[in-house]
Design a protein around this ligand. Structure first.
Ligand SMILES: C[C@H](O)CC(=O)SCCNC(=O)CCNC(=O)[C@H](O)C(C)(C)COP(=O)(O)OP(=O)(O)OC[C@H]1O[C@@H](n2cnc3c(N)ncnc32)[C@H](O)[C@@H]1OP(=O)(O)O
Length: 730
């Protein structure tokens, strides 16, 4: 983690020092790198033989920004070095130093990386390079001058959009906006950034010679609004947007505040405000949660005992998908978009045609949104081949079965396929409920079958649950992990059990919500509280989205397999009986208009609620209307049993590590990323508190709430849940 200096000697007054940021893989600005950067820039500025400075990153990447591991330490309250004086270095040595600095940006300049480049007099970038200030995604704000320089380089409105939405732009757009001075065709992806560095050296020499005017970002005003009225209008919109970004996430407002001070009092004052706000943001629970989530989501692909065997993954180039329904066509779309050949199998020509049409619609919608050119879409769709014959899977590298949840059907499919596909072919099922071992029970080599659980819509949702059994060969796991990387999904490897990780951990979510309704709570109030907590929607709106049939069907598995810890309210089954199926019938807990807008409909659901309260299957104490639940009670009643089940999943070795459950909860169920994931959040609450509350709820409301052995141990021994049980069963 350092910087190095090379000097390109030229003719008279043409010596350029090239300073390279070195911290693979993305040249993150670690403390040691910042120190070395300061020394090298200072000595180049002091060296009379040097006329200009070019900054570049090693291995074809400029920089992925400030070191997030360091941010993590600060968010956890560990003693760390304050880096705000780096701002002063950028202003004094890079922006205002005697010699002009030019940034040679290959492939990406994000966060602190872009901020370093913005202190330069000019930026040259490779075509397609990604530029952005995504700090808000980490719960912080730009802290190396970004809130002051970006508005002055691209304009106030655009800069606020880029910062508040963590929106990256390409170097081409950067050139249109004035952020990039020159775009260079470069083979930067292979780590060779010669062309961009040469171009940056040329620009640096021209600035040093006075042929090109030197720009000072902090004092520029040409891109800022012309008058106070226009400024106020743009800032008012930004302030409104920042406030809308949940109350628990104040950093958007901090960012707007820093920009505002810079506009009103000048950039020096703005930089001071930025530092103050950065320090405030980095200490917030949201930053802690988001930084945890950043690393957790990158660590899921390492599976102890498997990926450390250093097996070489085989590349999946072709995939066979069994079933062209919603899931099958979504899976096929995801594979096609990642460059694979797809064979789609159906049992009837009309089903096959419908499946292909779904794939065309998925890809066509990207064209409609302007995300893809029609010619490219045509070429992608051209890679899918429909068939009614299993034998067409003979040469594919992987088969993903996505038919209805019928065990006999799945058993038959795999026993047939086993004798058709090549020995190296990965055989997988997309079941979300049925045991993998049961699906494989008629195979000659049942250990060949793994679970490949996509979430709907499969071509959009990020999470990919890989389900293994005790005997799954490591090579199959390694190959499937490589496949997940190829389709750009986040894999979570889990063991075989009812509901696997996501569905199992979250089964108490809706069950607890029905307990609360049966106790007298208003379902719409519950949904509001849970949305305020940060979930994309509350449990009843989710029930409508999923549909009552699916809800009841999936719920049955848990009722059968975990009878001691379920709550069976008649509420959802009675809506199913009355054909209030949810969004698809435009009536469920809510009513829906033609644009799928949900409106509460208490008149319609009151009889169902009344019936559920009368017929609840578990005796509940007290008079419902007198129980009076606060928002905090609702959150705890709903999420503490979810934490409890997540603890079981961890204890049983279904999940390898707590951080995997965090990632699964965020990407699979929409648990708010700023809370870091279900178990990270639980540890912030403390195992002791959760244990105590669950014990209290358990006494009143039964087994759904009784704390499991692992949570009990954590509470009694003062351990965090994330520490894990220290034994991997699978
Ligand atoms: C003061 C400043 O204003 C504050 C800041 O700069 S905060 C940082 C702002 N920067 C960011 O948010 C960018 C974060 N990084 C990313 O978005 C992506 O990693 C990326 C686009 C740079 C690369 O993506 P991709 O190629 O898919 O690789 P990805 O797996 O994400 O990252 C590769 C490795 O680099 C690490 N990494 C990426 N950016 C990092 C950073 N800024 N600091 C530390 N490590 C980083 C990842 O943890 C990963 O490590 P691993 O191999 O040990 O798991």
């Amino acid at each position: 983690m350092t910087t190095t200096v090379d000097v390109v000697r030229g003719t008279e007054n043409q010596n350029v020092a090239i300073i390279t940021l070195k911290n693979p893989p993305v040249n993150a600005l670690a403390l040691s790198l910042l120190r070395s950067f300061r020394e090298n820039v200072q000595s180049a500025q002091d060296d009379d033989a040097i006329d200009a400075i070019v900054l570049r990153g090693e291995n074809g990447i400029f920089s992925g920004g400030f070191d997030i591991a360091h941010l993590g330490k600060t968010t956890r309250g560990e003693k760390t070095e304050n880096v705000s004086d780096f701002n002063e270095i950028l202003t004094r040595l890079v922006e205002n130093g005697k010699k002009p600095c030019v940034a040679a940006i290959s492939n990406l300049a994000l966060g602190g990386g872009l901020e370093v480049s913005m202190a330069c007099a000019a930026r040259v970038a490779t075509r397609g390079a990604k530029l952005g200030l995504p700090e808000l995604k980490l719960g912080v704000i730009p802290g190396f001058g970004g809130t002051q320089r970006l508005p002055r380089l691209v304009g106030l409105e655009k800069s606020l959009e880029m910062m508040l939405q963590s929106k990256e732009i390409t170097s081409e757009e950067g050139a249109r906006l004035g952020l990039v001075d020159e775009v260079v065709e470069d083979d930067g992806k292979s780590g060779n950034d010669r062309a961009v560095v040469e171009a940056a050296v040329r620009v640096a020499k021209r600035i040093a010679n006075g042929e090109k005017q030197r720009q000072f970002s902090l004092t520029r005003t040409d891109k800022l609004p012309r008058d106070a009225k226009q400024t106020m209008g743009i800032m008012a919109v930004a302030e409104g947007k920042a406030k809308k970004i949940k109350a628990v996430l104040p950093h958007a407002s901090y960012c707007v505040e820093a920009v505002k001070v810079g506009l009103e009092k000048g950039s020096a004052e703005g930089l001071r405000k930025e530092s103050e706000m950065f320090q405030k943001a980095v200490k917030s629970p949201a930053a802690k949660g988001l930084v945890h989530f950043f690393f957790a989501s990158r660590a899921t692909a390492s599976v102890p005992g498997i990926t450390d065997q250093k097996l070489r993954p085989s590349e999946v180039k072709s995939v066979g998908v069994v079933g062209g329904g919603l899931m099958g066509s979504g899976i096929a779309t995801a594979c096609l978009l990642s460059g694979m050949e797809v064979v789609l199998k159906e049992i009837k020509p009309e089903f096959l045609q419908a499946g292909i049409q779904r794939i065309e619609a998925n890809i066509g919608s990207m064209v409609k949104k302007g995300k893809m050119k029609p010619e490219k879409a045509k070429a992608i769709v051209g890679r899918v081949r429909g068939t009614l014959d299993d034998r067409d899977f003979a040469n594919v590298d992987m088969v993903i079965e996505a038919v209805i949840e019928n065990l006999d059907l799945k058993r038959k499919i795999f026993s047939t396929l086993e004798s058709i596909v090549k020995p190296s072919c990965i055989l997988s099922t997309n079941t979300s409920t049925i045991s993998i071992a049961k699906c494989a029970s008629e195979m000659r080599n049942p250990e060949r079958l793994i679970g490949a659980h996509f979430f709907s819509p499969a071509h959009v949702m990020q999470l990919f649950e890989i389900i293994r059994v005790d005997q799954t060969p490591p090579q199959i796991l390694v190959d499937t992990l490589a496949f997940s990387k190829k389709i750009k999904k986040t894999p979570v490897v889990v063991g075989n059990c009812t509901g696997f990780c996501v569905n199992r951990v979250f089964f108490p979510y809706t069950m607890s919500a029905t307990v609360l309704v049966d106790l007298g709570c208003d379902p719409y109030a519950i949904d509001r509280v849970i949305s305020m907590f940060g979930m994309p929607m509350g449990p009843f709106r989710l029930a409508d989205l999923v549909g009552m049939e699916v809800g009841v069907h999936v719920g049955k598995n848990f009722i059968e397999d975990f009878p001691e810890r379920v709550y069976e309210s008649p509420l959802i089954p009675s809506l199913l009986d009355a054909k209030r199926l949810g969004e698809k019938t435009k009536s469920g807990f809510y009513s829906y208009d033609d644009r799928r807008k949900a409106s509460p409909d208490m008149d319609a659901i009151a009889p169902f609620i009344e019936n559920a309260r009368k017929n609840r299957k578990v005796p509940l104490p007290g008079h419902p209307e007198q129980l009076g639940f606060s928002a905090q009670d609702i959150v705890e009643m709903i999420f503490f049993p979810v934490v409890n089940e997540a603890c079981r999943v961890l204890d049983e070795g279904v999940a390898v590590k707590a951080a995997d459950v965090d990632v699964a909860s965020v990407l699979g169920m929409g648990f708010p990323p700023f809370r870091g994931g279900i178990l990270h959040w639980a540890d912030q609450m403390g195992a002791k508190k959760i244990y105590a509350r669950l014990t209290e709820f358990g006494k009143k409301y039964g087994g759904l709430y009784e704390p499991c052995a692992y949570l009990t141990n954590c509470a009694h021994q003062g351990k965090t849940i994330a520490e894990g049980p220290n034994r991997a069963r699978l």
